[in-house]
Design a protein around this ligand. Structure first.
Ligand SMILES: NC(=O)C1=CN([C@@H]2O[C@H](COP(=O)(O)OP(=O)(O)OC[C@H]3O[C@@H](n4cnc5c(N)ncnc54)[C@H](OP(=O)(O)O)[C@@H]3O)[C@@H](O)[C@H]2O)[C@H](O)CC1
Ligand code: K
Length: 503
């Protein structure tokens, strides 16, 4: 499923019309009919429905919805929220057809909004991706009236007033119960501060050609179909070496658990052989619960690993670096040496991100892929930016960072964004608030390690790992646990449930 900015959506629209020959009025008919079908499935003919129609194509969709539902016997009234003179293009065409069919219509006079107050269901087709700046009156007051109601509010494409793109914090918008998104989800459906306005959303297809999307956007949602298409298989003659030999470097006296979880997650996720490189103290603490792993002892100062014992990084297919290693200056040297000496893919996570921050440009010199897995606060640290700036524009920050330092980036969050060094982006939709716990990131790193070692496309492997991690948590919440009691170690055990569903 593709994800678009407003500009990309307009480009796709233009391509569909000018290059493919699809008519705009037909696309609007398709959009309105598809949304009407969804709404009829969730409403009854006894309910009073008020369609709020604006002047642009979003309003045009509203007129098609109204006509389609009216013909099926629904109790429909259109409240046109702009003067007649403003209705233009295809919207004006579909308004005429609605009226020719005998549809009921009145003009919003900007005073009492009686039609809104009387309705059981409000269909918001005032403004879609064409919003510019903050809402003007009288729509601003109307939106505030709608948001004070407890009625079902169904938005068409985008809740009116909400920017389709990232980067805007000042806006007033409809707080929808449901949104039926047309053609492709817009970026604002995936941002912490804008996604709640959509309520529950669903995509409706209107016949826009796949080719148009492929030419215009490099952003998509990574879903179960993607996972199934490229999930690493197992063959009868496989041996432990077939599924990779991984090294995990991290841990300190105060944080032995992080390393332990990465090791265990990598093994559960399908890694062939895993070695933990850490202090003797940490090995003594975790070895009995990670019996399948092997270990390499690293020298320490005050319980933190240092660079004296020189880790052998040459014999591995991939390395994970950083979890629970602390932030001592002498550990930075080790991180730098591993990053410059290893000839295999490296995942840098947790404290490793802090160590590498002053040396980010060195990542460009690596011959093998580098994967970084920051959460937004770590991303802010890497960039020297404010975390709120990142949260408002995560796609842009992620894309610029990945391109600049030639890395694969997993920007973790409610919707994790995976970015390739070329700027291709995927959003992972699995996962739930139960994952907002210590150790979740260490588990994800272990799963990524296992996936990238199985020698498939790096981007696909990372996306699969994010999917599996979140899906494990989702299945556990569905069947066994709650958001409150779910632990990172449960997510490791839950990997088995995910694998059973996809293999
Ligand atoms: N391929 C597709 O995805 C299709 C999408 N469709 C639908 O079309 C809209 C986009 O339509 P567009 O006409 O470009 O724009 P909108 O209808 O979203 O909005 C334009 C109107 O909004 C008014 N506006 C803009 N900003 C404000 C504001 N801050 N306050 C008040 N009013 C505002 C604007 O008024 P102006 O006076 O500024 O011109 C316009 O009246 C898309 O979202 C889909 O729903 C097609 O139906 C099918 C193909
Ligand atoms: K809308």
């Amino acid at each position: 499923m593709f994800i678009v900015t407003a500009k990309e959506m307009y480009d796709i629209d233009k391509f569909a019309m000018q290059e493919i020959g699809l008519d705009g009025k037909l696309l609007m008919e398709n959009a309105g009919r598809a949304v009407a079908e969804k709404i009829t499935a969730m409403s009854s003919k006894q309910e009073k429905i008020c369609v709020l129609a604006g002047a642009g194509n979003n309003g045009g969709d509203g007129f098609v919805i109204a006509r389609t539902m009216m013909d099926q016997g629904y109790h429909i009234h259109v409240l046109q929220v702009v003067p007649d003179s403003k209705i233009r293009g295809d919207a004006s065409f579909h308004k005429r057809i609605y009226e020719n069919c005998g549809g009921s219509l009145s003009l919003f006079d900007g005073i009492d909004g009686t039609e809104v107050l009387d309705a059981d269901i409000i269909i918001d087709a005032m403004i879609g991706i064409g919003v510019k700046g903050e809402l003007r009156e009288p729509l601003l007051s109307l939106v505030s009236l709608i948001n004070q109601q407890t009625k079902k509010v169904i938005s068409v494409d985008v809740p009116s007033g909400l920017p389709a793109d990232e980067g805007t914090v000042e806006f007033s918008a409809v707080e929808a119960t449901y949104t039926f998104i047309i053609g492709a989800p817009k970026i604002s459906a995936f941002l912490n501060h804008t996604s709640p306005y959509y309520g529950t959303w669903e995509l409706v297809s209107i016949g826009l050609p796949k080719k148009a999307f492929q030419l215009s956007t490099s952003k998509s949602i990574w879903n179960e179909t993607n996972v199934r298409d490229c999930f690493p298989g197992r063959k009868p003659d496989d041996h432990k070496g077939t599924h990779g030999k991984g090294l995990v470097i991290g841990g300190c006296t105060e944080m032995p658990g992080a390393l332990s979880m990465t090791l265990k997650a990598a093994l559960r996720a399908g890694a062939g052989l895993i070695t933990g490189a850490t202090s003797e103290h940490v090995i003594n603490r975790i070895a009995s619960t990670n019996v399948e792993a092997t270990y390499a002892v690293l020298s320490t100062t005050d319980g933190f690993i240092n660079n004296d014992s020189k880790v052998n990084v040459q014999d591995y297919d991939a390395i994970a670096l950083g979890m629970g290693m602390g932030r001592k200056a002498f550990t930075s040297e080790l991180v730098r040496d591993v990053v410059s000496e290893a000839n295999c893919p490296i995942i840098i996570d947790g404290d490793g991100l802090h160590h590498i921050q002053p040396y980010l440009t060195s990542l460009k010199r690596r011959k093998s892929p580098t994967i970084m897995t920051p959460h937004p606060r770590e991303m802010a640290m890497l960039l020297g930016a404010n975390v709120n700036e990142i949260l408002v524009e995560p796609f842009r920050y992620a894309s610029e960072f990945a391109r600049k330092f030639d890395v694969y980036l997993v920007l973790k969050g409610m919707y994790s964004i995976i970015t390739s060094p070329e700027g291709k982006q995927s959003v992972n939709m699995t996962g739930n608030p139960g994952l907002a716990k210590g150790g979740s990131g260490d588990v994800l790193t272990g799963i990524i390690l296992a996936m990238i070692m199985q020698r498939q496309d790096m981007f696909d492997a990372i996306c699969n790992a994010c999917y599996v991690h979140g899906k494990s948590a989702d299945l556990l919440i569905k069947h066994q646990h709650s958001h409150h009691d779910l632990l990172a170690s449960d997510v490791i055990d839950g990997i088995a449930n995910v694998y059973r569903t996809i293999s």
